[in-house]
Design a protein. Structure first.
Length: 165
């Protein structure tokens, strides 16, 4: 396994610490405010998106695929997708039709996530595994196929679970 770049190790460390704190038993009043959790998941999704953009730029017709760099981005995506569903506690189910929303702290998550959380969790886990497989691809064509599948999974999950208004 390749050593993770400094940025990836730092991101993974911060994420692990945050999840460790989140997993501690606490009363409802000891939990972070829902808007803080929503903001945190937006940051995680932004990191996933940034890493995916880097990969897709390399895979574009005019791009240059540096397989080892692209694999590092895929590994970061895999790690973040493992953590992502844990940033959807029931207290963050705050979608209100027609409400004015702050793009930083208000949710765009479809309330259906919480009524079928096992499906949402499964989708994130499957996407994480695809990204992991891409991070270990031996050949560029194998990597491209995995990333194509990952993009389809991401788009499918967003179509089901993200409100756009």
């Amino acid at each position: 396994m390749r050593p993770a770049p400094k940025q990836s190790r730092m991101l993974i460390g911060v994420l692990a610490a945050a999840l460790g704190v989140a997993a501690l038993p606490a009363s409802a009043e000891d939990q972070p405010p829902p808007k803080d959790t929503i903001f945190a998941r937006k940051i995680v999704m932004g990191e996933i998106d940034m890493n995916m953009d880097e990969i897709e730029t390399m895979l574009a017709p005019e791009g240059k695929l540096e397989l080892s760099d692209a694999q590092e981005h895929a590994e970061v995506i895999s790690t973040l997708l493992m953590a992502f569903p844990h940033l959807f506690p029931p207290s963050t189910n705050q979608w209100k039709e027609g409400a004015t929303r702050d793009p930083a702290t208000d949710t765009f998550a479809n309330p259906a996530i919480w009524s079928n959380f096992s499906d949402f969790y499964k989708r994130a886990t499957e996407a994480s595994k695809i990204a992991w497989n891409a991070s270990h691809a031996k050949k560029p064509d194998e990597f491209r196929a995995q990333i194509k599948e990952l993009r389809l999974r991401c788009n499918g999950c967003h179509a089901l679970n993200m409100k756009t208004e």
